[in-house]
Design a binder for this molecule. Structure first.
Ligand SMILES: [Zn+2]
Length: 203
């Protein structure tokens, strides 16, 4: 469908690869491909280099699971951040969204998913070992459950609250500024900041 007759193979390949990206349909993919073609060889080579080195240069923080270029992410490496407060999120991109608000000074922990029995995602599939260690070894004062406001996100928050309730740690949940069914990555920074600041203690 994408390959028009007479279209060079490399162009149709590029369009097909671009259209595999989220939110990019065949028409947008064609526009992007033609736009790349109009750019200088140097600009396109730079883009290709960034793409080619993405997986080598990027990884996840060995401590919190957030995006990191080295062993630790910038939050974990920052001595001015408060390690006594850990905000637990589902995905690494949620950390980036929360950081846009510039109001939270604690640490994060990325689960890399949420409980979803229908899809076979149980507690073993989540990045919990690291969090268990951090709670038991470090002097964590508060865990903020910032999982999404979806059914699975709520179930994950309940699971975590139950898991850590016996540790001498305060548990809180981000407030209802997050709409029902809300994924954190689609919220603006003001809503997210408010949800974090107006978090409610877990009962
Ligand atoms: Zn980290």
């Amino acid at each position: 469908m994408l390959a028009l007759s007479g279209m060079p193979l490399v162009l149709s390949q590029l369009i097909e690869q671009l259209s595999g990206l989220p939110g990019v349909g065949p028409k947008t993919a064609m526009r992007l491909a033609l736009n790349l073609l109009s750019k200088s060889k140097h600009d396109v080579a730079q883009l290709a280099e960034t793409l080619a080195s993405l997986h080598e240069r990027m990884g996840f923080c060995s401590r919190c699971g957030c995006f990191a270029e080295h062993d630790h992410c910038m939050v974990c490496d920052n001595p001015r951040r408060d390690a006594q407060i850990i905000c637990v999120v589902e995905q690494a991109v949620d950390v980036l969204m929360l950081e846009r608000g510039h109001s939270f000074s604690g640490h994060y922990h990325v689960l890399h998913g949420r409980l979803n029995p229908m899809e076979g995602i149980g507690s073993k599939q989540l990045n919990l070992q690291g969090l268990d260690q951090r709670v038991s070894q470090h002097s964590v004062n508060e865990i903020i459950l910032a999982t999404s406001a979806t059914v699975d996100g709520e179930a994950t928050a309940h699971f975590l609250a139950h898991r850590y309730q016996d540790n001498a740690v305060k548990l809180s949940r981000i407030s209802r500024g997050v709409p029902e069914g809300g994924e954190l990555e689609y919220l603006d920074e003001y809503t997210l900041t408010r949800a974090l600041e107006q978090r409610v203690m877990w009962e």
